[in-house]
Structure formats: C-alpha cells, structure tokens
Design a protein around this ligand. Structure first.
Ligand code: 2IT
Length: 451
C-alpha cells in the first residue's frame, strides 16, 4: 500500500513533468531525489503542509538572455545565456557556469537542483544555482573566448554579486574563462569585488587547490567507501571517463593513493593504458584540454596505447569505476557490463553520470555507489573556502585548503552514510546523501516562513 508521502511524491513528480515539459534531465534528478525523500516526509508531515517539497522543486528565479559576439572572421554569432537561481535558503546562490553546445534550460535546471543539495552537504553556507551557455569552446581562438565571456558577463553581472550569487566554472569554463569574466565584471562595477566568482587565478583572489579540489574530493570520498568495506585504492585498477578537470584531479589523487588509472574517454572514444595514466601523462591532460580539440585520441597517439573509437570504457575489467565526464554516461547496458566484470565500487565524479535505472541496477546487484552530489562536492567546497579567504582578505596554503577539503569530504561521507542507516537504507548512499542534503535546506526554509 502506497503511503500518503509516497502518493504525494508521485503526484508532485507528475506535476513537475507536466509544468516543465521537454526537460528530461530535470525530470530525472527530481525523480531520484523525491524517490529518496518518502521516509523523511512520512516522519515530517510539515514538509508537505508548509509546501517545502513543492517549493524546493521550483527555482526561485531563472534568467535566459541573448549573448551576441563577433568571431575572428567578423561574423556575428548569437548564443543563449542562462542563470538559474534555485534555492537561497542557506546562503547566496552558488554553482558553476557550463559552456557546451548541449546546454539548455533542462540541463541548467538539473545542475542547479543537484547543486542545492550538494552545497548543503558541504556544511558551508551556500545556496544552489547554475548557469552557462550553448557556446561551443571547441576550435575557438583565445580572442573569441574572451569576446564571448565579455558579452556573457555584460548581461550576467546584474544578477550576481558576492552576497547574492557566486558563479564558478563547470564544463568548458576554467581559469581562463573565469579571468575574462571577472575582468568584465570589475570593469562594469567599477570596484574590486573578487568574491563574486570562484575558480579565479591566484594573483587576484583564487584559492590554492581549487583546480585539484573536485578530483581530490572524489578520491577522498571513494577512499572512505573502500575503507568502510575494509579495503583501499592500493593495487586497484580504476576506470575513469572524461579527460577534463575532474578526471585530471582524480587521476592525480587516485595514483597517489596507490590506484592505477587505466582508462580515459572523450567524445571520440576511449583509451586503455595498461601501465596506468600517471606522472607526466597526467600533466598531458591539461595540454589536451587547452588545445580545444576535444579528442582523447591525442593521448593514444602520443603514448602509443590502444584507442577505441566511438566506444565507452565500461567494458574494461577493473576494480573501481569513476565516471568523470558528463551526465548520463552510464546506462543500464553499461551497468550490466560493469557488474558482470565484478566491480564492487562505482563513485560518480561527474554530475549525474549514471541514469536512474543504472543506479538501481548497481544497488540491486550489491555495488556500493557514491552519488555525485556527495562525491563531487569537493569542487564547490573549495569554492566556498575561496569565498571565505576573499572575505577575510587572506590566502591559505595548499596544505591548509587540502586538509579542510579532506575533513569536509569525510564529513559528507559520514552524514550520508548515517542518514541512510537512520532511515533504514544502510549502504544506500544515494538515499543518504539526498536525505542529509535535503533536511538542512528544508529546516532553513521552515524557519524563514513562506518565501
Ligand atoms: O558542479 C559543481 O559543483 C561545479 N561545477 C562547481 C561549482 C562551484 O561553484 O565551484
């Protein structure tokens, strides 16, 4: 018999789908989160009565704007810009900007929704937001990227600020883009407010360890998962996907912790390096990214390893799987191969890299799953620490930031794991992370009245 809470969640999900047609990624994350909250809502009927759950699935504010710019050949280009301010119950909106041709409102809303719970899990005072553009960085010159960033910020600046909304990077937005965006913001505002963006260069308020933070955080989180089952990265083979910032940081730390990274992937296929992606081969990922070619085959050509065009690395036999590329990288048929290979640990590095069905398949087959909103929260955590340093006008050492990051990740693991156990879902970190992230936001919303 479906409980009242279950019926409420089913009906709310139906309405979300109806009111937000053509937003499959947003539906996907709402379905996953609502599915995790039934027991909590059962225990806290006020979350229904006060409309907390109904409000939490509706962004506070959404902006879409025109971004006109001129390419090097003198042609006018028009892209679309987005910023979704999802939830400000526990702090200023905080979340990255994604520049990728696939970007649309559905993708930005899914990311903003996830970010709300992720930021809550970090224990730092950050609300949830996300933005970006369908601008395609592939093959663009430095000057084109700068002109695009300037035009994008000329519109975005009116919606953001150090105490209102603090963007950062995501796919396609790294240190170079944040530099151009900050320069334009500073010029328009006529004051030096560097807390408005994170992921900045070190010379103007960036934090040490921010580039490494997402991947290091994933590795620390995954290490806790392994430790809780009496094992470690030592001697384990690890399949990563992607070759960008998250993959880079994860490869460094996993290698340092004794694991061997054997795969990377790109839009063109995947590479298999039986000797491990380590040392200068990890540095080469930075070059591959900076080239804007978007090809992982470059790695295979340079180091003479196998390249599998058009394929994903999920059929490779390894001990640990960490998808670090983008959403919906692992479908049920991939999950089946992973389970058949005897993998016991899947830790999500990218945002929502597994479909809901793939996650269900893993859980049903005894795979320990680290959900992205917990496992990849290290990036935004160090963004939060960057905001603290900017407010205090001081800079911490790499070791200080890394130590705080590690503490935060252990804390997230503990909270997710305890929440799962408390609500009768031991070892289901997906449910645990959703519950732990939700409760803090819900309590803040409850205290702040109907807003
Ligand atoms: O998905 C993410 O957490 C990010 N892209 C980082 C966001 C941030 O504000 O640092």
């Amino acid at each position: 018999m479906a409980t009242h809470a279950q019926k409420y969640c089913d009906e709310l999900y139906r309405r979300v789908v109806e009111r937000n047609a053509n937003e499959p990624e947003f539906h996907q994350t709402v379905k996953e989160v609502l599915g995790s909250l039934v027991d909590v809502i059962e225990k806290h009927p006020e979350y229904i009565e006060l409309g907390i759950v109904e409000r939490i699935v509706e962004p506070e504010r959404q902006f879409m704007f025109r971004v006109p710019w001129m390419d090097d050949a003198g042609n006018v280009q028009v892209n679309r810009g987005f910023r979704v301010q999802f939830n400000s119950a526990i702090g200023p909106y905080k979340g990255g900007l994604r520049f990728h041709p696939s970007v649309n409102l559905s993708i930005i809303k899914f990311l903003g929704f996830e970010q709300t719970f992720k930021n809550s899990l970090t224990s730092l005072p950050m609300g949830g937001g996300k933005g970006g553009s369908d601008f395609n960085p592939r093959g663009k010159s430095d000057a084109e990227v700068m002109r695009f960033c300037q035009s994008f910020m000329t519109e975005l600046y009116r919606y953001i600020g150090p105490d209102t909304d603090v963007p950062a990077g995501d796919l396609g937005v790294g240190g170079r883009e944040i530099g151009y965006l900050f320069g334009q913001y500073k010029r328009i505002k006529g004051s030096f407010e560097n807390g408005v963006l994170t992921g900045k260069g070190l010379s103007f308020g960036g934090s040490l360890a921010r580039p490494e933070a997402t991947g290091f955080g994933i590795s620390y989180f995954c290490q806790e998962m392994l430790k809780s089952k009496g094992t470690s990265f030592e001697g384990k083979t690890v399949a990563l996907s992607g070759f960008g910032n998250v993959t880079w940081g994860t490869a460094i730390k996993v290698t340092e912790l004794g694991g061997k990274v054997v795969t990377l992937s790109g839009p063109d296929g995947y590479i298999y390096d039986p000797d491990g992606v380590n040392g200068e081969k990890i540095d080469y990922l930075l070059e591959m990214r900076a080239s804007c070619r978007d090809k992982v085959q470059d790695y295979a050509d340079k180091y003479g390893v196998a390249f599998f065009p058009g394929e994903k690395p999920w059929g490779v036999k390894v001990d640990v799987v960490i998808p670090c590329a983008t959403q919906n990288d692992i479908h049920t048929e991939d999950a089946k191969k992973i389970v058949a290979n005897g993998v016991k640990f899947v830790c999500e590095g990218a945002n929502m890299p597994c479909t809901n069905e793939a996650v269900d398949y893993f859980l049903a087959n005894g795979v320990y799953v680290g959900p992205s909103k917990a496992a990849n929260a290290g990036g935004v955590s160090v963004s939060g620490l960057e905001m603290s340093q900017n407010s205090m006008r001081i800079a911490w050492s790499f070791e200080e930031v890394d130590a705080k990051l590690k503490d935060i990740m252990l804390n997230i693991y503990r909270n997710a794991s305890m929440a799962a156990e408390e609500y009768g879902h031991k070892d289901n970190l997906v449910i645990g992370a959703n519950i732990a992230g939700f409760i803090k936001v819900a309590e803040a919303m409850k205290a702040q009245g109907l807003v």
